[in-house]
Write a protein that binds this ligand. Structure first.
Ligand SMILES: [Ca+2]
Ligand SMILES: [Ca+2]
Ligand SMILES: [Ca+2]
Length: 162
């Protein structure tokens, strides 16, 4: 029990939402780096990131996270979902779930099953061929399956010791 408490207290999440801005001179990558502790959710994270963005496809997004020692976010709780919903503002953002290996068998990037989640009613619907998930509307639930080659912002998650 003590160990569990210690582990839980040591976990924090850095979620990083990179928004690529386009300018007349080409792409500029801007990094918004926000850290939070689970017991310190507050209004300081209610930052709107509403700049027009270019985005990356799901695989590129995941690769970007991995290069930073992180991975696409795994949403474990309502609390985490709420936080991500605030951070992404009005922008759709990739999350770390896909059913690319087997249609309808949704898995997180760590290989665990997506047992329940925050799917929009009627989603995932695999319309055309949609194997990757975004957190996509202001309301909750707001997950949707989208073509993995679409381009969106993305949210990385990294466990850190505090
Ligand atoms: Ca998580
Ligand atoms: Ca699918
Ligand atoms: Ca869909």
């Amino acid at each position: 029990m003590c160990l569990l408490m210690l582990v839980v207290s040591m976990l924090a999440i850095i979620a990083i939402l990179w928004i690529k801005l386009t300018t007349g001179r080409g792409q500029i990558q801007t990094c918004y780096n926000m850290t939070f502790q689970r017991d310190q959710l507050d209004t300081s994270f209610q930052k709107k990131l509403s700049q027009p963005s270019m985005g990356l496809n799901w695989s590129e997004s995941r690769h970007d996270c991995q290069e930073r020692g992180a991975d696409l976010v795994i949403i474990n709780s309502q609390e985490e979902q709420d936080m991500i919903n605030m951070w992404r503002g009005n922008e759709d953002a990739w999350i770390g779930a896909n059913d690319q290996n087997a249609e309808g068998d949704w898995k997180w990037v760590d290989g665990t099953a997506v047992t329940d989640g925050f799917w929009i009613s009627g989603e995932p619907n695999n319309k055309g061929e949609e194997d990757c998930a975004v957190s996509g509307y202001q309301s909750i639930p707001n997950w949707n399956d989208i073509s993995c080659s679409s381009k969106y912002n993305w949210i990385c998650e990294k466990k850190i010791n505090i």
